[in-house]
Design a protein around this ligand. Sequence first.
Ligand SMILES: [Fe+2]
Ligand SMILES: [Fe+2]
Length: 271
Amino acid sequence: MESEQLPQIEQAEDRSAYEGVLRYYELAKRAEWQVRDLPWNDRPPVPEYKGNPQKLARRRDMWRSVVTQQLQADELAVEMATQLFRMAPDPEAKLYYTTMVQDESRHTEAWLRLVDAAGGRGEPDPYLNQLAQMQIEADTLEEKVVNMQVFYERLIIPRFRLIARSSRGTVLEDLCNRLTIDDGIHHGSGMAYARVLIEQAPEKTKKKIVESSNRMLPIFAQHALWRPKARELVGALMRDTDVRRLREDLETGVRLATSLGLDVSDVQIPS
Ligand SMILES: [Fe+2]
Ligand SMILES: [Fe+2]
């Protein structure tokens, strides 16, 4: 290749591989909503119960802790999305990430209002902080896209559905339904971008992705099984269901990674 031909070649560069990412930008713009669209004045923030004061207090603490965990997750997501926006070299991805930064900020705004309405913050989940720390410190963009968008954004969706099902007729239900859609877009765009990145990545980078998933999985498992004091009792009752759900989540993760062309044969699923 002669160097004076380079500018021309660059201009004619084929960007069709990035069309998928661009489509998610358009989808995200169409799905955009505002915190004021939530039914703040027509519905209770979280489910309301009848019963003695102790029971009511227990229930309130339980819902506060559910809301706190999601608030914490979205606060961390703002940082991670911002980092993806800053690091992504491809214009299509950069454009897409402007929407993800806005989404995660808007989610945080909604949770902040909701946690206030539900009686204030509860106990933070220590494993969620660890997961975010690993993600922020990961070396390559590839690791970040795979761990956050391919795995985390996908694995959180059934949990939103579960919360929505248990909180019918509340602002919390409405918010979880919106987040199911938004995080579906975050995941889809991550799959589209990861596919292009991995196709172009050297073997060394692919190995790094698998290694970092291996470091992340045990902490993800602890995060998925963690319950604050307010939900310890429910936690104990739910443990079997939680373990089963976690196993399904991890299997989904392995399937997604395989479909992206990663060799995950030595990924260790925590027991
Ligand atoms: Fe979010
Ligand atoms: Fe998200």
